[in-house]
Design a protein around this ligand. Structure first.
Ligand SMILES: [Ca+2]
Ligand SMILES: [Ca+2]
Length: 157
């Protein structure tokens, strides 16, 4: 008979616990959706270890230097109204980071597209600042992200 008395609170605790667990999973999923890559991505973990103070805003995961290994484009917060972008290159036995370029302040998107049907895939970064929109097409060459073509980037970065 004693069991019945404790049974109900235990059921409540389990339901409550499941609720919190579900909420946490939802939050992680939301975060992954927002930044565009799984939170346990090894390249993302490497970026966070190298830039522990910079919040990650948007990522794109693709092989940008045509060596068969996927790399990670990362847009991150630097300071108020100042964001940066680097690419973490997976070189197999080590990671290398490209030189930083300015990135849009708001509404960042990263899209991969092979615009010239040759060599590595290019990526298009867009975003805005105070309602002004800009975009640029980049290609990774060595340890640099080369801005091939764009419009309004200086207004949105
Ligand atoms: Ca690669
Ligand atoms: Ca290309």
């Amino acid at each position: 008979m004693k069991w019945k008395k404790v049974g109900l609170p235990i059921v409540f605790i389990i339901i409550f616990g499941l609720g919190i667990w579900g909420f946490r999973i939802d939050k992680i999923r939301q975060q992954e959706e927002d930044i565009g890559v799984s939170l346990d991505n090894e390249l993302l973990e490497y970026f966070i270890s190298q830039y522990p103070d910079n919040k990650v805003l948007k990522c794109g995961y693709e092989d940008v230097n045509d060596d068969g290994r996927k790399d990670l484009v990362v847009i991150y917060y630097k300071a108020k109204r100042s964001n940066g972008m680097v690419v973490i290159l997976d070189k197999g036995d080590k990671y290398e980071i490209t030189e930083e370029v300015p990135a849009p302040i708001e509404n960042q998107t990263i899209e991969f597209k092979d615009i010239d049907d040759t060599g590595p895939i290019e990526f298009i970064v867009s975003g805005s600042k105070d309602g002004r929109f800009g975009y640029a097409i980049f290609r990774v060459e060595g340890l640099e992200s080369i801005n091939l073509f764009g419009e309004g980037m200086e207004d949105c970065c």
